[in-house]
Design a protein. Structure first.
Length: 380
């Protein structure tokens, strides 16, 4: 068997999800509409499926001679399964943090609500059934790590048997290099990097929240935890991602908005904070290990894999505000030697296991192992 090289996931898929639900203007669909069978949810996902399949059509047509078609979302996977040739296999590289209908309804329908009641909506049930069917028909399911399947198992136990047969190919990444002094992006003190310079107080401990404010990321839980921190705590939480006007003003919070210079951002902080409710295997956390940063993580999903791999982790048993506040207080008080030890652990974890070369070699090893299975072309 000679798999073709995986193509990157379609970057516009989540954009389409956003546009279909919230429209060109800010719009909150009434709960009554979301809970109707064959209603807004069903129409939205059918539209997204149609758009995604249209974008995939040229790629599928060009893969007529391939032994393996790689897909990166269930919509494209269904299209590939429908249109593949007799001997072709379809491998789905799983990037979703939840079933796609739960992500859509929760993130762009009722982001402040708990996700569990959504499962009773008839369209949510039917689209989870649909995704289970797509998973069951794909020839291979590939996740970055076994822990990344936790959210699917939690949301619907029917995913258990499918996740049990999945393959796990650990991710890797590298952030762009830090600009050198005198370079165009790093020399001007009034330029973009000035916004992420450390404050004058060198004793100030700085944590980093990096990501969106989508509900699965737990940003609301972090904000609730900050309200429990002592006003005298020598801690600043830098928030990169959410628009500054969407971040409440607070003495312990510093909102940066979107940051392009990720290397400079990591250089300006002491640790990364991840309070995801569900976690796949976050790119930002891999980049934090490359930067040699300690990790304060909710012990869920792919976050648990970083602990297993030996990164410098402090784990939170849950994301109750009191638990997060206690973790932040611990990080603010940890002595420099212990912080440095955690930093070394993270960097060593990245060097041992999480570089782009490691990821590339693991993919090649995976493809070779499948090609040598009985019945495949390379092992007749």
């Amino acid at each position: 068997m000679a798999p073709t090289r995986p193509s990157p996931p379609p970057l516009s898929l989540l954009t389409r999800l956003r546009r279909k639900v919230i429209g060109p203007k800010f719009y909150r669909p009434p709960v009554k509409e979301l809970s109707q069978a064959g209603g807004l949810i069903d129409r939205m996902l059918r539209d997204i499926a149609s758009d995604t399949c249209a974008e995939s059509r040229a790629s599928l047509a060009g893969a007529a001679d391939a032994d393996v078609i790689f897909t990166h979302d269930p919509f494209s996977t269904e299209a590939a399964l429908r249109e593949r040739g007799h001997a072709q296999q379809v491998w789905m590289m799983c990037h979703g943090v939840t079933p796609i209908v739960v992500y859509a309804v929760w993130s762009w329908g009722i982001p402040e609500a708990d996700w569990r009641p959504f499962l009773d909506y008839p369209d949510v049930r039917s689209w989870i059934d649909w995704e289970l069917d797509v998973w069951s028909r794909a020839d291979r399911l590939v996740f970055p790590c076994s822990e990344a399947t936790q959210s699917f198992r939690t949301i619907d136990s029917r995913f258990n048997a499918l996740a049990d047969r999945a393959h796990f190919v650990l991710s890797g990444a590298a952030a762009p290099a830090l600009p050198t002094p005198g370079s165009p992006s790093g020399a001007d003190p009034s330029g973009p990097r000035s916004a992420i310079q450390r404050p004058r107080s060198t004793s100030q401990r700085i944590g980093l929240y990096l990501g969106s404010a989508e509900p699965y990321r737990g940003f609301d839980a972090l904000l609730a935890a900050v309200e429990r921190l002592s006003p005298s705590l020598n801690l600043t939480i830098t928030v990169a991602g959410p628009p500054p006007d969407k971040v409440p003003k607070h003495p312990h919070i510093r909102a940066l908005g979107r940051v392009e210079d990720i290397a400079a951002l990591f250089a300006s902080v002491d640790f990364l904070l991840n309070v995801n409710r569900f976690s796949l295997f976050d790119l930002s956390t891999i980049e934090a290990t490359e930067a040699g940063k300690p990790l304060l993580l909710h012990s869920v999903g792919g976050n648990r894999a970083f602990e297993r791999l030996g990164a410098g982790c402090v784990m939170l048993r849950d994301i109750e505000p009191s638990t997060i506040a206690a973790g932040l207080t611990q990080m603010a008080a940890i002595d420099a030697a212990a912080l440095a030890a955690l930093s070394r652990q993270s960097r060593q974890c990245w060097e041992r296991q999480l570089t782009p070369r490691h990821m590339w070699e693991r993919h090649l090893d995976f493809y070779d192992s499948v090609a040598l299975e009985p019945g495949n072309m390379a092992n007749p």
